[in-house]
Design a protein around this ligand. Structure first.
Ligand code: 4NP
Length: 157
């Protein structure tokens, strides 16, 4: 099983959006059982909360399920359990660098590292910008390219 963890600050806006979008793509490409996905936040304010209403709205509009999703914080064991730890912005990366880790994952980087042509390399935080559409479009592009890369790395198709 290939394990992918999306990380943001609160785990209610961006990383749950990425988790839901990525799981949707995994289903579309018949890769269930090969790739597992979860998300977590570096902050602890929203532990146990469902995705933000703005994230819920756009996922509903796009007919993407977020059933049962609840925020959690990053765990030291995530660094051994997940081969890909995918952050939304530079501050997530610096938080993760300082985190207590039980191991070193294969990859820690930003989602938009997989979209080199993008003018923006950090996913804007809609908790502050209010623009969930912009965030969704960037996350969708990043997730598509990440899945393609994992497919290539592991010869899944
Ligand atoms: P996220 O957005 O990191 O994309 O989930 C945020 C959600 C909540 C807070 C900050 C960012 N907050 O400060 O509560």
């Amino acid at each position: 099983m290939i394990n992918v963890l999306f990380v943001c600050l609160g785990n209610i806006c961006r990383s749950p959006m990425a988790e839901a979008v990525f799981r949707h793509l995994i289903k579309e490409q018949n890769l269930i059982g090969k790739i597992n996905v979860d998300s977590a936040g570096t902050g602890d304010w929203h532990i146990g909360h469902p995705p933000h209403e703005g994230t819920q709205k756009i996922l509903k509009d796009k007919k993407i399920s977020f059933e049962g999703m609840k925020a959690r914080q990053v765990l030291p064991s995530d660094f051994v359990d997940y081969q890909y730890i995918i952050a939304m912005d530079n501050s997530n990366i610096s938080n993760l660098e300082k985190w207590e880790k039980q191991g070193e994952p294969q990859f820690i980087g930003r989602l938009l590292d997989f979209v080199p042509e993008s003018k923006i390399q950090e996913v804007p935080d809609p908790y502050f910008t209010g623009n969930f559409d912009e965030t969704y479009e960037l996350i969708l592009k990043g997730c598509k390219n990440l899945l393609e890369k994992i497919n290539e790395d592991y010869n899944l198709n």
